[in-house]
Design a protein around this ligand. Structure first.
Ligand code: SN0
Length: 316
């Protein structure tokens, strides 16, 4: 696997899910693969799960992880091309990336959408530079438009908990005080479209996901109608797409509470975390026995490990 951005990058999805369950049952079974290999994890933005689960996955495979917090303990990096570098940014990505590449075998990058210029974000401008200038396989640890390690972990969690062959999965927008990226819902929709589930997406007008990600999902603007008979409810806030990157709806009737869950088929509740309690979801729902947020987060180690395993196998 050259780089990991999209569901196609993992190859046959059924086989990848089977492999994920094998890796989960036997996490140290492939420890020889990472001997004398190094992964550098570059963070331009905050992280808890991605930072820890990626390191844990690398350690399970016998690899050495190194974490770099850009904006924290490294030089501030300039990302724009042709810029006169007379501001606070001391080093350009054009040098930093090949240097990082020379120290490792795999690079993971977290770089959120700026939410100012849709074309810049949707071209994955930063991540493409990492691919071009590092010469190493690159894993998106949430980049401008995708969060594939999260979506793969979500799919593993659904696979473990589904009770029928083709579950109804509802991706529901929920309110938030900030403007958040579209990476999580984009990847979730992309992976669910590739999996054996019925995907319904519900959101207010102006929040339509790019058709490349929404695919064949059923779009339903009436949230309660969308949730009827659901087996899984995946809540997430994202900023608007029309206009791009704004917080145009703060309607608290979209918060997932018991009344929302009552119209489902005793659905499981999912969220990628971090979650704003009583904004995205009420305490009652997230603390209920049907909440999968913790097992979902635990599966982040599994998804990251399968991805790194594929990359290491290609290097053997
Ligand atoms: C990020 C997002 O893309 O929505 C990361 C999710 C994995 N979430 C946030 O930035 C939430 C920040 C907050 O203040 O609630």
């Amino acid at each position: 696997m050259k780089s990991f951005f999209h569901v196609q990058d993992i190859g046959d999805l059924g086989a990848a899910l089977k492999e994920a369950l094998e890796v989960k049952a036997n996490p140290f079974g492939w420890k020889h693969l990472g001997a004398n290999r190094t992964i550098v994890l570059v963070f331009f933005n905050n992280s808890l799960r991605t930072r820890l689960s990626s390191q844990k996955a690398a350690l399970n495979l016998g690899m050495n992880p190194i974490v770099l917090n850009v904006n924290g303990d490294s030089w501030k990096l300039e990302t724009g091309m042709g810029v006169v570098m007379d501001s606070d940014k001391s080093e350009h990505l054009r040098e930093a990336i090949p240097v990082i590449g020379s120290y490792c075998d795999i690079i993971g990058v977290r770089s959120f959408a700026g939410l100012k210029d849709m074309e810049f974000d949707y071209n994955e401008t930063i991540l493409k530079q990492f691919i071009e200038y590092s010469g190493k396989p690159v894993i998106s640890l949430e980049s401008a438009t995708v969060h594939p390690c999260q979506a793969f972990a979500d799919l593993i969690t659904i696979e473990e908990h589904r009770t029928n062959k083709r579950p109804k999965v509802v991706l529901s927008w929920a309110p938030h005080p900030k403007c958040l990226p579209q990476a999580v819902p984009n990847s979730f929709a992309e992976w669910m479209n590739a999996a054996d589930v019925d995907l319904v997406i519900t959101h207010p007008e102006g929040y339509e996901l790019d058709p490349r990600f929404a695919g064949n999902a059923n779009i339903e603007y009436d949230q309660m109608k969308a949730l009827e008979g659901a087996d899984f409810v995946y809540a997430k806030n994202w900023s608007s797409t029309k206009p791009y990157g704004r917080n145009i709806c703060r309607d608290s009737s979209w918060t997932i509470d018991k009344a929302h869950m009552d119209v489902t088929d005793n659905a499981f509740f999912m969220h990628c975390l971090p979650v704003r309690r009583n904004v995205i979801v009420t305490d009652e729902v997230i603390d209920s026995p049907r909440s999968l947020v913790i097992p979902e987060a635990a599966n982040r180690v599994v998804s990251a490990q399968v991805v790194m395993k594929h990359m290491l196998e290609d290097m053997q």
